[in-house]
Design a protein around this ligand. Sequence first.
Ligand code: ZN
Length: 637
Amino acid sequence: MRNQNSNGYAKVRECIIDCLPKEAEVTRVEFEGSKLAVYVKNAAMLLEQNYIISDIVARLHKRVVIRSDPSIRVPKEQAEKIIENLVPKEAEVTSIVFDSNLGEVIIEAKKPGLVIGKEGSVLQEIIRNTAWRPKVIRAPLLHSKIIASTRHILYSESEERVRILRNVGERIFRPTLTKQGSVRITFLGGFKEVGRSAILVETEESCILLDCGIKPSDQDSMPYPRFDVEQFNLERLDAVVITHAHVDHCAMVPFLFKYDYDGPVYCSEPTASLMPLLQLDYLDVASKEGSYAPYDQKDVREEVLHIIPLKYGVVNDVAPGVKLTLYDAGHILGSSIVHLHIGEGFHNIVYTGDFKFGKTTLLEPATSSFPRVETLIIESTYGAPEDVMPERSVVEANLIETLNEVLKNGGKALIPVPAVGRAQEIMIVLDNYMKNKKLIEAPIYIEGMISEATAIHTVYPEYLAHSIRDQILHKNINPFQSEYFTIVNHPSEREEIIKGGPSIIMATSGMLEGGPAIEYFKHLAPEEKNAIIFVSYQIEGTLGNKIKNGLKEVSLIGAGGKMELVKVKARVEFIEGFSGHSDRNQLLNFLSKIKPKPTKIIVGHGERKKCESLVAAINKKLGKAIAPEVLETIRLR
Ligand code: ZN
């Protein structure tokens, strides 16, 4: 905003001073990401924001937040006492943290609604009496280390955070040389394959990366996106947008920070919490297995400082001439469909990421209506004609029947699950059936990041299916808690579980690529009475995929680092239909329902055959679909 932007900045400042009444006493105007922060000496301005702000927004086309000048803020200790007195005890405040750089007080409570008060009455009192701007956040219903530590990173490095946000804003609103003249996209990974999703979107003035994943599989293929292409240049990169917190979509983000990327990472609020959790788990598994990881923990920390969480449906400037909006994708908590609006109506891209066009226990279905769409980039994990999933009731009956047979025979059932998504879905299903006596009562052990991910679900009830959301918000019920669940906190507890009676074990990773699931697998696989039950997609090349396809002997690294041969005698089941992906019918249904109709459809995120098969089906009915290869570049306009 200073140097080359100074002209634009002067104009912005002039307009703001013009809009605000004199008694506001503006001391500073600064970019804060895509928002403008206006610091004032009159705390009343923080209260009467609405009409003044809408006036500024209408004139500048920028979002605005009014903040108090440091000189008028009540000292922290005193402010904390005032807040404690104003907020009713029943709100169960768990922490009060002050961010002096932004003049914000972050109040974490079990019942945030009570901190806000009727029509925001309590918040207004806090502003009036302290001149700090309150920000209320929900405390997790279950303890979450990652929520606590990411919140700690953000508060303790608030000055750095302010610097980052200012840079981001200056970059977004930098003066541009040309009008939008072209849009091209390059596929860096995740096309005609599943894994390492990454798409580069370029206009003449800006450059955005959509997703940045790693392909989990054995060594026969390149696991990282093709950052070696000439179009990819970290210095030119304006923004990274992440659709959701699965390894194949986000695990490579910290790598960008290792090479000094200093720009923003946009994602939904839950993804902002889940993504670092997944990356730290990825590093943990790599270090335990002695395998190579392309970055380390400090790069994850750097990433946390650069994440800008967004709510669904809110339009955000992310680069010169580019606006981003996230929509619900229905795949996992916080999963998003990305909408990019380029130029003033010049071109619109919708990228589905992974999406489910159907309701699940946990989530509402994906959005299918957008303001404008010319190019649609769609996944095709289940894109082949045979990929039609049975009815949900049949799927559940299948799982319950299998489990009952195993438990009755005195066996144990291992369900490998990714920490986020299927784990929570299956937890709710198992608990329901056991409570209703349709599933034989047995302990359900849960290990490996699942409990952390579950805790994060309780922080964002508004992102869950309405019925689950209402249980948390209005009935004070934690749907993820059950008398049947036992959280396994330490590997030493495994021996007892393995030696013990019939049980159900849910453990990560979902594709048997490391994690505690593999430890249980070693012990359970050789016995016929046990079962390995897969409930999520198994990427080609992963151990899970090989076992699913009938592999009977596996060499694994055992105790002491020696290779050990594991015979698979246990029953192996693949129960389809719990997937968070759209099946073939749902994909076609989405394509016929999407509003408005795209003029170009690009198919990715599917094994080669699935991509090609979906393209053929679309071209027969709707026309204009292609399935590009990784490294291809396409000009959209
Ligand atoms: Zn996914």
